[in-house]
Design a protein around this ligand. Structure first.
Ligand SMILES: Cc1cc2nc3c(=O)[nH]c(=O)nc-3n(C[C@H](O)[C@H](O)[C@H](O)COP(=O)(O)O)c2cc1C
Ligand code: SF4
Length: 630
């Protein structure tokens, strides 16, 4: 008999294996996590680190392990060690060298050009470096005075080097130069128009485009807000969400200033900010609307008993009542590491982390676990009951869950449970396997979980076929970063979208790929206060809201150009793709070959005559899973 419980837990074996890879040693009387060769990666590159959850890995330092932090594409070690104190020491050294060169010159032992060069360089060094320390706009200049200009120098000639010698602008690593440039320009409210035409090869396989109308609409009329929370489900406090929002990234994965800047940016722009699974920190409470991401660790709504985390009703009630909390998202899984948990060792818990997670006063003697499965439910029916419980305890706020889709039949079992119990979530967030993370094993990042486009279409179609699409909203995340990707995702079935890494770029992320090493040079994914204090919150929060506004504007202009005033009216007929060298198809035609779009209720008809064979199989197997677990 197939058990949902077991399928949900199947990956716990991997986790147990991985956890056993962490040896706890005692050094100077304190517990320390030691590596045993497990590989975790930030964003896309390979690093070695402890096996820990999203936020937990942010706190690992490679200095602890004595391993080199040098990465292909990353910044060299000596640059990382640079800081204001070292800047001053080198400056004093240069000053001494200047004096010495003058002394030697006086004895006619040197050509006058040499002391002049040393003194000139020393003067420039001090002037540039102290200006860097005084300014407040650029984190890199604060953290790496003088030296950061080497980056700007190389940056300025990078396009040439890159174009002729290295790679194309379209190479995604994981976000291409061209994607990042768009985000940087929009964040800084700079002109984002381009001259001379597209740099893309429009005859290349995979090229896609939107079909504009001869009768475009006015982009001012395009609807950019969506109501989440259905009265029919018992939701009493529906939320009017923007079509574009900040995806889950916890305090811990991100620094306090980074979370604060995101939250203030969300307030400025009138969109929401998802807390990530590390609880609700003081950095999340800066005026922006928040969606509370409740992971398996039940941070800010749980307690630890015998090393395991359990849901705590009273704590949830208290925190969900916070005015800033607009919706609650139960996290089942995320695309970059589906069904994979983590652990924060007790010796890494600080007062601020404890406050965000609700772990109580220190000293903290127990490790803080985020297992791959929830202890509050283990069957589809119990998940529905948990949704109802959270809705009641929160006073009727919208409740949803987030997942990266694995087995379609399990998704079907959830929909059977909703229909049978008449308990529906207000939203489901579909995360794609292309999603980001602070740290995760490469196999999970590269080879597990369904990509966003397929997962979204599957969920949208199955909900329609089951006749329950109108009960909830679909939210999607997976490399949404500009107007076109936003519109395409909504045409694929999403009512609204989230983005994580795109907002990191708006904060100034340079894709140094050190998110899991605690050495993020831009102060975004580090708990090292020397680095994070360089992140100027007021400046970056403006960039966050600029980026949001420009992206929504671009999406509105595209929707209007297609002749619509509602992004949800864009369909597969409005989007085209080059399937191979000569063959182009609309999205609708492409999809109908593999998973025909359903109108509504086809899965509920006797014998399901209009349903494609594969979908019919998943729906029937889903029923078997659901029944076998009741
Ligand atoms: C640094 C970082 C931390 C993340 N932390 C969480 C988390 O705590 N909970 C969660 O559900 N997803 C988390 N995610 C996944 C994102 O919320 C998002 O679903 C995924 O990255 C896809 O969006 P993107 O392609 O726009 O980055 C994290 C992603 C990143 C990059
Ligand atoms: S700049 Fe920071 S946040 Fe961006 S990829 Fe590098 S380490 Fe991660």
């Amino acid at each position: 008999m197939l058990s949902f419980h077991n399928t949900m837990r199947f990956s716990s074996r991997n986790v147990a294996r991985a956890l056993s890879a962490i040896h706890i040693t005692h050094k100077n009387g304190s517990k320390q996590a030691k590596l045993s060769g497990r590989t975790l990666r930030p964003l896309s590159t390979v690093k070695k680190s402890t096996h820990a959850s999203e936020e937990d890995n942010m706190m690992d330092t490679h200095q602890n392990t004595g391993m080199s932090t040098r990465l292909p594409g990353g910044i060299p070690d000596f640059i990382e060690k640079w800081n204001p104190a070292l800047f001053h020491q080198v400056g004093y050294g240069l000053g001494a060298a200047s004096m010495a060169s003058l002394g030697i010159l006086a004895n006619d032992m040197l050509h006058p050009a040499l002391p002049a060069t040393i003194i000139g360089f020393t003067a420039i060094y001090w002037k540039v470096g102290t200006d860097d320390l005084k300014q407040t706009n650029h984190t890199l200049r604060n953290n790496f005075p003088f030296l950061c200009h080497m980056r700007y120098l190389f940056e300025s000639i990078r396009p040439e080097i890159q174009q002729y010698l290295i790679e194309s602008d379209a190479d995604a690593t994981p976000f291409s130069r061209s994607m990042r440039s768009t985000i940087y320009q929009r964040s800084k409210a700079q002109s984002d128009t381009r001259a001379l035409g597209t740099m893309r090869d429009v005859y290349e396989e995979g090229y896609e485009w939107g079909a504009h109308s001869m009768f475009p609409a006015d982009h001012h009329d395009v609807k950019t807000r969506v109501k989440v929370g259905n009265k029919l489900n018992g939701c009493l406090q529906p939320y009017s969400a923007s079509i574009f929002n900040i995806s889950a990234m916890s305090y811990g994965a991100l620094s306090g200033p980074a979370v604060t800047a995101l939250n203030k940016g969300a307030e400025r722009g009138g969109f929401y900010h998802n807390t990530g699974e590390g609880g609700i920190s003081k950095f999340h409470l800066n005026g922006g609307d928040i969606v509370w991401n409740v992971g398996t660790g039940y941070f800010a709504c749980g307690k630890t008993v015998d090393g395991k985390r359990f849901f705590d009703e009273e704590m949830f009630k208290e925190n969900s009542a916070k005015h800033a909390v607009k919706m609650i998202e139960i996290k089942l899984s995320q695309g970059a590491k589906p069904a994979h948990g983590g652990i924060l060792p007790a010796n890494k818990i600080t007062q601020e982390i404890s406050d965000a997670r609700g772990l109580g006063p220190g000293p903290w003697t127990e490790d803080c676990a985020s297992p791959p499965y929830h202890s509050a439910f283990s069957t589809p029916k119990q998940l529905c009951e948990f949704i109802l419980k959270l809705r009641t305890l929160s006073g009727g706020k919208p409740i949803g869950f987030k997942l990266c889709i694995g087995q379609p039949k399990e998704l079907a079992s959830l929909f059977h449970a909703m229909i049978d119990t008449d308990i529906y979530p207000d939203f489901i967030t579909i995360d794609g396997s292309e999603g980001g993370t602070g740290a995760a094993p490469p196999e999970f990042q590269d080879s597990m979980g369904m990509p966003m486009a397929e997962g979204l279409r599957l969920a949208d179609n199955m909900l329609k076929g089951a006749g329950i699409r109108n009960r909830l909203k679909l939210i999607a995340a997976g490399k949404v970063y500009n107007g076109f990707s936003l519109v395409r995702t909504m045409a694929n079935g999403a009512d609204l979208c989230n983005a994580a890494r795109a907002f990191m770029f708006s904060l100034g992320c340079i894709q140094a790929l050190k998110c899991n090493a605690n050495t993020c040079p831009t102060g975004i994914t580090t708990q090292n206060k020397n680095l994070s204090s360089g992140l100027n919150v007021s400046n970056k929060s403006v960039r966050v809201s600029n980026f949001h506004a420009a992206t929504v504007l671009s999406a509105s202009e595209i929707v209007a150009a297609m002749g619509h005033t509602n992004p949800r009216h864009v369909t597969g007929e409005d989007l085209w793709k080059r399937e191979n060298g000569i063959h182009v198809s609309t999205y609708s035609d492409m999809h109908s070959k593999y998973l025909p779009v359903m109108d509504g209720g086809e899965l509920l008809e006797e014998g399901m005559p209009k349903v494609q064979k594969k979908m019919k199989g998943w729906w029937e197997e889903g029923k078997v899973i659901y029944d076998s677990m009741n």
